[in-house]
Design a protein. Structure first.
Length: 154
């Protein structure tokens, strides 16, 4: 099983992301087995920009949803291995423009939060290859996909 933390932050930028993606979520992190969070951020959350491992309570959230996604052991290992190999990569500022300009989201040189998690899930075989070939993977969309494949809110 893997766990994903979907959140809405207190800042105006978080609310704008949620509004533009037609949902109530603005960010997603993977919850590592030790409780720390692995995700991509544009700001220096917990003192670290880009794809990083952060402490569990690195920010105060306006709302938080955790979804557990069923996996077998090899899928779980592949999911976390993919994510660990992305640590240190920058945040993909162009991907935000990609929502308008249709940048391919599978470029692995930089990530936004939801694309990183979707790519890890595809790589691990948890998700089939997603239809979306362009940068349209929002936290809200990923939450819907995660529940569609059997994920449950905990």
């Amino acid at each position: 099983m893997i766990r994903l933390q979907f959140v809405l932050g207190d800042a105006f930028s978080s609310r704008a992301i949620a509004w533009f993606s037609a949902g109530r979520l603005s960010h997603v992190d993977a919850i590592l087995p030790d409780g720390r969070l692995l995700g991509a951020r544009s700001d220096a959350a917990d003192g670290k920009k880009g794809v990083q491992i952060r402490r569990a309570n690195y920010e105060k959230w306006a709302s938080r949803v955790v979804i557990e996604v069923p996996t077998n052991r090899s899928q779980e290992q592949a999911f976390y291995a993919f994510l660990m190999n992305q640590v240190g990569k920058p945040y993909d500022h162009m991907a935000i423009w990609g929502f308008v300009l249709n940048r391919a989201w599978r470029e692995d040189d930089a990530w936004i939060c939801s694309e990183l998690q979707a790519a890890a899930m595809e790589e691990a075989g948890i998700l089939p290859e997603l239809y979306s070939k362009v940068s349209k993977i929002s936290p809200q969309m990923l939450a819907v996909v995660a529940t569609a494949i059997g994920g449950k809110e905990v």
